[in-house]
Design a protein around this ligand. Sequence first.
Ligand SMILES: C[S@@+](CC[C@H](N)C(=O)[O-])C[C@H]1O[C@@H](n2cnc3c(N)ncnc32)[C@H](O)[C@@H]1O
Length: 372
Amino acid sequence: MINKLETLNTQDVLSMKGEGYYSKKTAGAKNAIDSIQKIMERSILSLPNREILRFADFGAADGGTSQQLWYNLINLIRSSGDGRVIEILYTDLASNDFSTLFKNMQGMRGEKGLAYQKIFDNVFVHGCGTGFHQQLLATDSLSLGFSATAMHYVSEKPCQIKNHVHMIGADIAEKRQFMAQAATDWESILLARAKELASGGRFVCMNFGIDEKGRYLGNTGGHSMFDKFNQHWRTHLDQGIITNEEYINTTFAQHYRTVDEFSAPFNDNSSKISKAGLKLLSCSTKLTKCPYREAYEKNIRSMSKKDFADSLIPTTRSWSETVFRTALLKRNENERDNIVDSFYENYRAEVERDPDGHAMDYVHIIMEIEKI
Ligand SMILES: C[S@@+](CC[C@H](N)C(=O)[O-])C[C@H]1O[C@@H](n2cnc3c(N)ncnc32)[C@H](O)[C@@H]1O
């Protein structure tokens, strides 16, 4: 019999929680995006003079976390007296909750004051449900591409990780396979953007990765969030709640690239990326503090340990839950709910018992790329 899991591709297993849950519970992702406003403004100012300003937000989820950024940029363009047509293409996987995204932009839900499609004239919002490893727009048509916290997802898992849930805890042989997959994917992503971008256009991306100090998401000095995921999932295994096959199948389809891995194609003049005309203008790393930890530390008198745990775990759950659920596909819905709920509850209870060292700080590698 074919194992049901073997028939799944990466696209089926990494969607964010829908109905606006994602952007509501990921204040940190929004803070990280807002922090690169100046880089985006700089890019806007240097764009080639074209009749239509065509923008794209690759891997946008429900669009809520980048809405303020796009609102501010469009406002800046209009305030400067530039009334040109603006087209903005939101891309994500076909499984994404595009309905919430379109409602956000039309002011039917979310932050109505940021519903720029309604607020400004001549702004057109489109959606695309094809993965960003392929070319998604006509050749030579994109003015400015943007992507936040999305390109760490690999197009396919090169292997399952046997003793951990994420590549950061994989053994050397497994890590190598993830690294090779991520290098192939990065090349596809960049070659696709090289085709789409008009000459003089820009692609600004901020991706999860490993910084110069070895830090990455949820691992910036205290407990490592991925080790905690692994610890609690393994406890489920040890207690017979999940099977060994389910444990092994729980492998995040993600790779955290280092700065060197991100920059490699640009540092080699003979690479396909350099030959396609892409040039790296800047590359930096950025740590964005976990807003839930910050709120707890600021309000230590009024916020209980339980309040902190109740706020931190949903932010980890908003993007990770599908991975755990998918590993349980052979079970019925009710069983899956119970297992996944108890897993996050155990993590939550640990944080409530002793909040020290628990946080989900973000670590991004920010790149400004130009098509020459
Ligand atoms: C963590 S969310 C980030 C959403 C938003 N950009 C932000 O920064 O808050 C990652 C998004 O990337 C999307 N994604 C993952 N792989 C993708 C692919 N190959 N093509 C398009 N989107 C993808 C996921 O579906 C998800 O919506």
